[in-house]
Design a protein around this ligand. Structure first.
Ligand code: F6R
Length: 243
């Protein structure tokens, strides 16, 4: 694993965006695996800026997102579809038909998981998968204890996740109870992985995930077994590494 230490969030975003843009330049028709969450927002901003300057071309790029809430429509501001359009897709020249997310409005989980798994395979797999890391080591919606052997699947959100998400919705009943996510197996099949982390609150889990034992209790620890992982993190997120 390569670790790039960034000074701060802005530096982390720029360094990670450099890796994504190198991928797009080297292989213009690459498949990018994308993530939502707060950490990659700066990275997406940077890509948009370089696109506007004429340094990047997304016209042949294809994307597959890690996850999506089940039951949320594309128009819902909390959907990952909405997030991706707001933060990236609406600002670059990627054809909308090249962008893919699990369909949150498909009620038949088995059908949707099969469709999304087959879609990723039909694109030839993911060239570069971007990931964030949760405080408990989750990647995608793969929470502690999840088997390393799963492809795209539907997860029941934990009470604590539902509780934490409540603030974004009108009432607790409106918070999605399930989500579709790439499984650990799907993520591990990506040719390259880029994981971003920022802030002191991620320091402990970054240390555990990359220098602790490999265990389903820390889903991101499985990345130690992948042969092409790059971690770009700021000083605060790397501050526990010497311990
Ligand atoms: C996002 C995702 C999540 C986040 C993780 C970290 O698509 O699947 O696993 O990457 O929750 O989120 P932030 O970046 O908000 O700390």
């Amino acid at each position: 694993m390569r670790i790039y230490k960034a000074k701060d969030y802005a530096d982390m975003s720029r360094k990670a965006a450099n890796i994504v843009s190198a991928q797009v330049i080297m292989k213009p028709n690459c498949v990018l695996g994308l993530a939502t969450g707060s950490t990659p927002i700066g990275l997406y901003k940077q890509l948009v800026e370089w696109f506007r300057k004429g340094d990047l071309d997304f016209s042949e790029v294809m994307t597959v997102n890690l996850d999506e809430y089940k039951g949320l429509s594309r128009e819902n501001e909390q959907s990952y579809y909405y997030f991706m359009h707001q933060n990236l897709f609406d600002h670059v020249n990627i054809p909308v038909e090249n962008t893919h997310l699990p369909n949150g409005m498909e009620p038949d989980s088995e059908k949707e998981c099969r469709r999304y798994t087959e879609l990723i395979q039909s694109l030839g797999g993911v060239d570069l998968q971007l990931l964030g890391i949760g405080h408990n080591g989750h990647i995608g919606f793969n929470e502690p204890g999840e088997s390393f052997d799963k492809q795209v699947h539907c997860v029941n959100l934990t009470e604590s996740t539902i509780e934490a998400n409540k603030r974004f919705f009108a009432s607790a009943e409106d918070v999605p109870k399930q989500a579709y996510t790439m499984g650990i197996k799907t993520i591990m099949q990506a040719k390259k992985i880029l994981i971003v982390a920022s802030g002191e609150d991620k320091a402990e889990i970054v240390q555990k995930a990359f220098f602790g034992p490999i265990t389903p209790q820390v889903p991101a620890s499985v990345l130690q077994l992948h042969n092409d992982v790059t971690l770009v993190a700021d000083e605060a997120a790397l501050s526990k590494l010497s311990e």
